[in-house]
Write a protein that binds this ligand. Structure first.
Ligand SMILES: CC(C)(COP(=O)(O)OP(=O)(O)OC[C@H]1O[C@@H](n2cnc3c(N)ncnc32)[C@H](O)[C@@H]1OP(=O)(O)O)[C@@H](O)C(=O)NCCC(=O)NCCS
Length: 313
C-alpha cells in the first residue's frame, strides 16, 4: 500500500502555509487584529513544537509500542495460535527482508498490475528505513504476516500511517487483520496521533471492503478522488485512495472535510464558495494546499507536493 502524496521526514515538516496565506489575504487590519495575529503565530509555533515533540517521543529508541498492550501479544482465535513482536526497519535481518519482499509480491503484484515493478522498488526502499516500525506475527514455526507503520504528519495533523498490512493467504479471513488494525489504532491514540491513515489500491477491492465496510474507515479529503471531485476535474484518476480514521475533531475537520457542491467551481470563485460554505480554517488550508498543487499540474508528480508546499509557505 505505501504512503502516497508526500514523502517527508516527520521532523522536518513546515507549518504555516495556510495561516500565512490567510494573513496575506486579510489586507489592512487594526492594532487589535495584529495582536490577535501575533497570538495566532505564537499558537502556531506552540502547536508545531507540540507535534514535533509527539513524533520524537513516539520514535524514541527504547519504545516498544506493543509493550503497552499485553493483551495484543497473542492472537488465539479461529483456530489460530499466534504471537506478535515489534521491530524496526533498520534492524531487519537479511532473511526477514527476503520474507517481506516475497509476501509483498504474493499479495500485491495483482492489485498493482503494471505498476508493480516500480512499486516493488519503492517498497524495498521503504522497508528498511529507520522510520519504518513493524508488528510481526508468528506461528510456532515462522512469520505469517506483518504491519509496517510510521508516525508522520498529514496536513499538519500528526498521524500513524499504515504503510503495509500483509498476511499470508492461509491466515486471511480469520479476524487477524482486524485485530492488527485495532492494535495499530490503539498505538496511534496512545501516542497522541489524530488519525490512522493508509493508502489502498482501488483494484484491491477486498482490502477496500475490509477498511471501509468492516473497519469503518473513510475516504480522506486528501485522497486524489476527493481532490479531483472538488476541483471539478473530469476524466483523471489515480489508482489508489487514501483512507483514514480520525480520533479528534481537528483531525476530522482536516482529513475528513466534506465540501459542498457549490464549491466545485474553479479558482477564486471557489475560494469565495468555500468561505460562504462555512469551512473551517483547517480544511480551507487543505483546500488551498491541494488547489495550488492541482492547478499547477503537480498532482501528476505526487512526490513533489511537499516541495511545492514549502515554496508556498
Ligand atoms: C486485507 C487483509 C489485511 C484483511 O485481513 P483479514 O485477516 O483477512 O481480515 P479479517 O479476517 O480480520 O476480517 C475482518 C472483517 O472483515 C471482513 N472481511 C475480510 N475480508 C473481507 C473482504 N474481502 N470483503 C468483505 N469483508 C471482508 C471479515 O468478514 C470480517 O468481518 P467480521 O468482523 O464481521 O467477521 C488481509 O486479507 C490481507 O493480508 N490481504 C492481502 C494483503 C492486502 O491486500 N493488504 C492490504 C493492503 S491495503
Amino acid at each position: 500500500m505505501s504512503k502516497r502524496g508526500k514523502h517527508k521526514s516527520p521532523f522536518g515538516f513546515k507549518l504555516g502555509a495556510g495561516n500565512r496565506w490567510r494573513m496575506e489575504c486579510e489586507g489592512e487590519k487594526s492594532m487589535a487584529d495584529s495582536r490577535s495575529k501575533r497570538l495566532t503565530r505564537t499558537q502556531i509555533m506552540q502547536r508545531k513544537k507540540r507535534i514535533e515533540e509527539l513524533l520524537r517521543s513516539a520514535y524514541s529508541s527504547d519504545k516498544d509500542h506493543l509493550s503497552h498492550f499485553p493483551n495484543f501479544r497473542h492472537y488465539n482465535a479461529n483456530g489460530l495460535s499466534l504471537f506478535l513482536e515489534s521491530g524496526r526497519g533498520n534492524k531487519l535481518s537479511y532473511d526477514l527482508k527476503n520474507y517481506i519482499q516475497k509476501l509483498l509480491k504474493v499479495n500485491m503484484e495483482g492489485p498493482y498490475g503494471a505498476e508493480w515493478p516500480t512499486e516493488e522498488k519503492v517498497k524495498r526502499r521503504e522497508m528498511s528505513s529507520p522510520e519504518a516500525l513493524y508488528i510481526f506475527v508468528y506461528n510456532k514455526e515462522s512469520m505469517i504476516g506483518f504491519v509496517q507503520y510510521r508516525f508522520t504528519i498529514e496536513e499538519e495533523i500528526p498521524v500513524l500511517y499504515v504503510y503495509e498490512l500483509q498476511l499470508e493467504p492461509a491466515y486471511q479471513g480469520k479476524g487477524l487483520g482486524k485485530f492488527l488494525m485495532q492494535l495499530v489504532e490503539l498505538i496511534a491514540c496512545n501516542n497522541g496521533m489524530g488519525a490512522v491513515v493508509l493508502t489502498v489500491q482501488k483494484r484491491n477491492t477486498s482490502a477496500i471492503n475490509f477498511y471501509l465496510n468492516k473497519l469503518r474507515y473513510d475516504i480522506s479529503s486528501i485522497s486524489p478522488s476527493k481532490i479531483y471531485q472538488l476541483m471539478g476535474v473530469i476524466g483523471q484518476e489515480k489508482s489508489y485512495e487514501i483512507l483514514c480514521k480520525t480520533f479528534d475533531h481537528e483531525a476530522k475537520a482536516v482529513l475528513e472535510a466534506s465540501f459542498s457542491k457549490s464549491s466545485k467551481q474553479r479558482g477564486g470563485d471557489k475560494m469565495v464558495g468555500l468561505h460562504n460554505n462555512g469551512l473551517t480554517q483547517d480544511n480551507l488550508f487543505v483546500f488551498v494546499n491541494h488547489c495550488v498543487v492541482s492547478c499547477s499540474g503537480i498532482m501528476t508528480h505526487d512526490y513533489q507536493r511537499s516541495r511545492l508546499k514549502a515554496k508556498v509557505s
